[in-house]
Design a protein around this ligand. Structure first.
Ligand SMILES: Cc1cc2nc3c(=O)[nH]c(=O)nc-3n(C[C@H](O)[C@H](O)[C@H](O)COP(=O)(O)OP(=O)(O)OC[C@H]3O[C@@H](n4cnc5c(N)ncnc54)[C@H](O)[C@@H]3O)c2cc1C
Length: 245
């Protein structure tokens, strides 16, 4: 009989660097001694503990491939949230939290994979998809990637400079749900069948599709991909709703 995998243990993680992404999101770099490594697409649990001993934990996707003991997370401040405002506004270099992981074995991209890839991200759902884009580049993979990145407005774009730089074999398209840049050819609105038909791969190419974002966005985009003929086993989803959502 095989044993079930052991739950990873909590490790101390020290914040070593911070980069702003937007007015409400920032990337945090932690040093986690003994970090076992991870795959692009996996996430971690972060536990923060107040001086009086009260603690709270939330899940955050790993934003970059494994780099020794260093990991990166990108966190969006949720208004009135318990943990995300602490991570985006309060924690400073040198401070410690606890991290457990990596978690998840299905929503992952492996550099040895040869299928074309479609990434569909809504809001903070870009985070694990960016880890996949970075892992592809790091591995020198020539697998073609397409990213459809849905945002509320032009100011909500994460990783803007990096996604603007040429990356052969990676196509990036933006969709805006609330307001667009001036002169943008597509009206602001929710993701539509045409967006996926034009910006994705034909189902015949048998791409691996990764969809991540708020629950409603993920369900809609996954349904549209199935309507376009993509096989359910090739549409992998990760929902970022509130815990339990
Ligand atoms: C697998 C996984 C990976 C995730 N990765 C990321 C990531 O990379 N970056 C990131 O910023 N977040 C990510 N999240 C979301 C994150 O775990 C928290 O839910 C989020 O940071 C809010 O936590 P909070 O303690 O600030 O808010 P809470 O105190 O939990 O909630 C406060 C209020 O905000 C609402 N709320 C909570 N979460 C959300 C949300 N995500 N969207 C809208 N409203 C919400 C709640 O219903 C409540 O009304 C991920 C979630 C999962 C399940």
């Amino acid at each position: 009989m095989t044993r079930p995998p052991r739950r990873p243990t909590w490790r101390a993680a020290r914040l070593t660097g911070v980069r702003p992404e937007t007015g409400s999101a920032r990337t945090l770099r932690f040093e986690v001694p003994g970090w076992p490594g991870h795959l692009a697409g996996q996430h971690v649990d972060v536990r923060v503990t107040a001086e009086d001993g009260y603690s709270a934990q939330r899940s955050y996707s790993l934003a970059a491939p494994a780099d020794g003991d260093a990991i990166e997370l990108t966190v969006e401040a949720v208004p009135d949230g318990e943990v995300s405002p602490y991570l985006t506004e309060v924690i400073e270099a040198g401070d410690e939290v606890e991290i457990r992981g990596p978690v998840g074995g299905w929503f992952v991209w492996r550099p040895e994979s040869t299928a074309p890839v479609l990434l569909v991200g809504g809001g903070a759902g870009i985070v694990p998809l960016m880890a996949m884009i970075r892992a592809r580049r790091l591995a020198g993979s020539r697998v073609p990637f397409r990213l459809l990145y849905s945002l509320r407005d032009p100011g909500s774009r994460y990783y803007a400079d990096e996604l603007r730089r040429p990356d052969p074999g990676l196509d990036v398209a933006y969709l805006y749900s609330r307001s667009t840049p001036e002169g943008w050819p597509r009206l602001a609105g929710r993701i539509m069948l045409d967006d996926l038909a034009e910006g994705g791969w034909p189902a015949d190419f048998e791409p691996d599709c990764y969809v991540c974002g708020p629950t409603g966005f993920v369900e809609r985009a996954a349904d549209l991909l199935l309507a376009l003929g993509h096989a359910p086993g090739r549409v992998r989803t990760e929902r970022f709703g509130p815990t339990g959502g």
